[in-house]
Design a protein around this ligand. Sequence first.
Ligand SMILES: Cc1cc2nc3c(=O)[nH]c(=O)nc-3n(C[C@H](O)[C@H](O)[C@H](O)COP(=O)(O)O)c2cc1C
Length: 201
Amino acid sequence: MLHPVAELDPADVSPLLGGLSAPLAAISTRSGDVSNAQIAVAVAAASIVPQRPRLIVQIYHTNYTHGLISASGVLAINFLETSQLPLIWELGMHSGRDGDKLGSVSYTTGPTGSPLLEGCYGFLDCRVINAMDGGDMTAFLVEAVTARTNGGERMTWREARPRLPRRWADEWDRKIAGEVDVSLRTMGSIDPAAWSGRPIT
Ligand SMILES: Cc1cc2nc3c(=O)[nH]c(=O)nc-3n(C[C@H](O)[C@H](O)[C@H](O)COP(=O)(O)O)c2cc1C
């Protein structure tokens, strides 16, 4: 357990963190017979070698996807195209624990078996090579085994947010408030164990 730290004023922090690029992506995975996908904006490049792409993908412990990635060691990063706005609702506001979210979504699979969504701006099919626990989330370091740019127009969360129907925006505000409460309770309990290539919990 980390020592408690003083909580900062969101008025100082939000303009700084809100300016960071937040690409809208569907993070998909397959573990055994189960395929699932969730929305994530916490995706960042982690390699300077164009032909050896690595990325860091942050996934919250409470998400169904977290357990599936931890068990399988694979995921695909599907960058959303602007026409895929409805996926924010379907994949980002609901959990795969409550039903098959990919039942009405067209996809293929590649080397890792993770769903590669049709119509996305492009995808990277990846395997996990390391991970760092943050108490409430895990930062997975992944390397891409295949990648494709389909084209179209990609979306950031900043661009998509004003286009959300009112009901979705209200639901998001309610959901994120609950998740912040969970994070406040769990982010101090960091497991320093390194990713061993074996499943983590
Ligand atoms: C715009 C948006 C951004 C999100 N960003 C992240 C993220 O970066 N990491 C994460 O773990 N969850 C993120 N989420 C939340 C998950 O997509 C959401 O909790 C989802 O319902 C989890 O699904 P699952 O339980 O099937 O895994 C985001 C959701 C939305 C709508």
